[in-house]
Write a protein that binds this ligand. Structure first.
Ligand code: GUN
Length: 285
């Protein structure tokens, strides 16, 4: 058996095109043009690339992008003052502070400073709490992208076994809650899980988000399973690879996301969706 490929690049392009049309129609009808503020602190090269891609995507769909680059030595008070200003600015509907922040800055304090109604990343504890309780709120982008990819397969999640490998606040935990919200039977695995192979082998849906190159072996995959690989690692040869051994897993899976071109582009599409929701939905947590 050979898996069908879940093409995140193509799906993300369709979502962006839909958002572009919605923005054009909405703005023509008098709605405010959505604005996303991107805040980048320090000189992490990967972060610069991610933020550049996010800014470009904003402009392509007709959002306004407000961009702020601050030096690595930025004082906590200065960053908090900048965020407070963006919170007050009516032209800014979404605020994204790129992570990781320099070690001297308390990440939690910064995430708490963002107005939850403008929290395009869905990282504020208030939005995370809303997800936990099943209440309305801005959901984190990568988990939203994972769910959209799973929905592309047409499988019914209700009653299915889903295994999430990884328990981060930005992917593992929220994606587990979103699968649970859809009535999957969810298991969260992590570095201390006793028998990861057996857990994965029982899964109808596997979401891998641990950040360990090719940790999930192909022969662990249950035949026909949906495999979503959030990992973005380098293999021995320096090539980009996911958390799943793709070639071997594709022999057994029913559906699988490639790396790159799977989850990555979906994160940005969902960031745009969140910004549009924040701008127009009147969401007040
Ligand atoms: N760093 C890695 N992933 C993300 C993300 O989704 N949002 C932000 N702000 N920073 C990140």
């Amino acid at each position: 058996m050979s898996a069908r490929i879940l093409d995140g690049k193509a799906l993300a392009a369709r979502i962006r095109a839909g958002i572009r049309d919605e923005v054009a129609a909405g703005v023509a009808a008098g709605r405010p043009r959505p604005g996303l503020a991107t805040v980048l602190v320090g000189d992490d090269p990967a972060s610069h690339i991610y933020v550049r891609n996010k800014r470009r995507a904003c402009e392509e769909v007709g959002f306004t992008n407000f961009h702020f680059e601050l030096p690595a030595a930025t004082e906590r008070a200065e960053l908090l003052a900048r965020i407070a200003e963006l919170n007050r600015d009516p032209a800014v509907h979404g605020i994204l502070v790129q992570l990781p922040l320099p070690a001297a800055i308390d990440e939690q304090e910064v995430l708490l400073a963002v107005d939850p109604a403008k929290d395009a990343d869905g990282f504020h504890p208030r939005n995370q709490g809303a997800l936990l309780q099943g209440a309305a709120g801005l959901r984190p982008c990568t988990p939203r992208g994972v769910m959209a990819l799973i929905d592309e397969t047409g499988i019914e999640l209700r009653g299915r076994r889903a295994v999430v490998v990884g328990r981060s606040n930005i992917v593992g935990k929220p994606v587990a809650l979103m699968l649970l919200e859809r009535h999957a039977t969810v298991t969260i695995c992590h570095s201390r899980t006793a028998d990861l192979a057996a857990e994965v082998a029982a899964a109808d849906v596997v979401v891998a988000a641990v950040g360990v190159a090719k940790l999930i072996q192909g022969d662990w995959i249950r035949p026909g399973a949906v495999v979503i690989d959030v990992g973005m690692n380098r293999d021995e040869a320096g090539r980009l690879c996911g958390d799943v051994d793709y070639a071997a897993a594709a022999e057994r899976a029913g559906w699988i996301t490639p790396v790159p071109g799977g989850v990555g582009p979906m994160t940005i599409a969902m960031l745009l969706r969140n910004t549009l929701d924040a701008a127009w939905s009147g969401y007040q947590p």
